[in-house]
Write a protein that binds this ligand. Structure first.
Ligand code: GDP
Ligand code: MN
Length: 377
């Protein structure tokens, strides 16, 4: 789950990471009141959950009231990578002397948490990573969660030679790590991490992403969610007790169990097809779930076939079959259904479906082969 900069900087402040004073505004009048109270110059920043706002014209330092109003209105009307701007952050402008980069994230390939630092922070960080990768320094946690100064001080020393900057950079990194682990983040990033006019380090931007799978441990974070940036189908699926992730392909998949759902997607790929989604109806076999799953999948206009793959354990195959029959009565299904059922009450299920004129399979490979064929027909 991504959160806005203004929310992330509040978290930074809670953890003692220095940020500039500021507040958000939805109207120019509110922005003006904030600017008057903190004093000019201020920076206006579009609050959208996508990166590269600076390059898109969504970040601007202003020095007087007229410019503030004009720039507020300009940024408010921007469309940044397909998103409108509902809110701006108005913060005391930092007199930036130099921009660094500091982040904690997960390296999925190494299966480890990594601290990333660079003396070349700012809006070009991705370019630096491409053209000058040696300017981006990585430190792996090696499975630990250590916040020890002795571990992190040499890391800060890679970028800061001045002892007092080294000391404060170490302290900020320790705080960023604490936040990262406390809140089960997948990213906690400061870019740019800056030296201000007084020679102090500050976070001039704040980006935090939480691991969705850990949100149950942090119910207080759910209030930070901005639904505008989430896939409507995925939200509805979650609401209906389905785990659903939309993908690019054209083979709709309805499966019971996350492991089997992954295995089904792998098999579709292996046999030359492209899955359109991950969908786990879960362990229970409520027929309504099958109906809801079909409705959500059918909204995807790329779908050429729906593959239903059920391995009945706790899930009863006849409940699934009843769900399919209910769906056929209630909604039009304009694509072929390929149904594989095995396990609990398989016989009953197959009898129900066969009498409705549907073909069923017992072997997963046969069913997937048929689904892939239909997706190309
Ligand atoms: P992003 O492009 O979405 O990452 O937005 P940032 O918040 O990182 O801002 C982009 C750039 O705007 C930064 O790299 C800075 O160069 C500049 N910027 C942001 N805040 C300030 C500020 O307070 N003062 C000054 N002078 N520049 C700023
Ligand atoms: Mn930034």
């Amino acid at each position: 789950m991504k959160i806005h900069e203004y929310q992330a900087r509040n978290l930074f402040a809670d953890y003692g990471i220095p940020v500039a004073e500021g507040d958000t505004a939805q109207r120019a009048g509110e922005a003006l009141a904030i600017a008057r109270s903190i004093g000019f110059p201020v920076v206006l920043k579009a609050q959208v959950l996508v990166g590269g706002r600076g390059k898109a014209g969504g970040v601007k330092v202003v020095f007087n009231e007229n410019d503030l109003t004009a720039e507020f209105n300009r940024i408010k009307n921007l469309n940044i990578k397909g998103y409108t701007v509902d809110r701006l952050l108005i913060a005391k402008a930092i007199d930036i002397k130099k921009e660094y980069y500091l982040a904690v994230t997960i390296d999925n390939i190494k299966g480890d948490v990594v601290v990333i630092v660079s003396a070349e922070g700012g809006v070009e960080i991705e370019e630096v990573a491409k053209t000058n990768p040696d300017k981006i320094i990585k430190f792996y946690m090696q499975g630990t969660k250590t916040l020890d100064e002795a571990r992190w001080s040499p890391v800060a020393a890679q970028v800061f030679s001045d002892p007092s900057l080294q000391k404060s950079a170490t302290a900020i990194l320790q705080k960023l790590l604490k936040l990262f682990f406390d809140k089960d983040c997948s990213l906690a990033e400061i870019n740019p991490f800056v030296i201000n006019g007084e020679g102090h380090l500050m976070a001039a931007d704040a980006k935090v992403i939480f691991d969705d799978n850990a949100l149950e441990r942090h119910l207080e974070l759910l209030a930070l969610r901005d639904l505008k940036y989430e896939d409507a189908d995925e939200l509805e699926a979650k609401d209906k007790g389905l785990s659903f992730v939309k993908l690019e392909g054209n083979v709709g998949c309805i499966v019971n169990g996350a492991g089997l759902a992954m295995g089904t997607m792998d098999t579709v790929n292996l046999l030359g097809g492209k899955p359109a989604n991950f969908l786990d109806v879960g362990g229970s076999s409520n027929p309504a779930k099958v109906l809801n799953a079909l409705k959500i999948i059918l909204r995807n206009k790329d779908i050429k076939v729906i593959l239903i793959n059920i391995f009945g354990g706790i899930t009863r195959c006849d409940d699934i079959a009843n769900g399919i029959l209910t769906a056929l009565n209630q909604i039009r299904i304009p694509v072929p259904l390929v149904i594989r059922l095995t396990g609990t009450n398989e016989k009953e299920a197959k009898a129900l479906l066969t009498s409705a004129g549907l073909t069923t399979y017992t072997s997963m490979r046969q069913a997937v082969t048929e689904a892939v064929r239909a997706s190309k027909a």
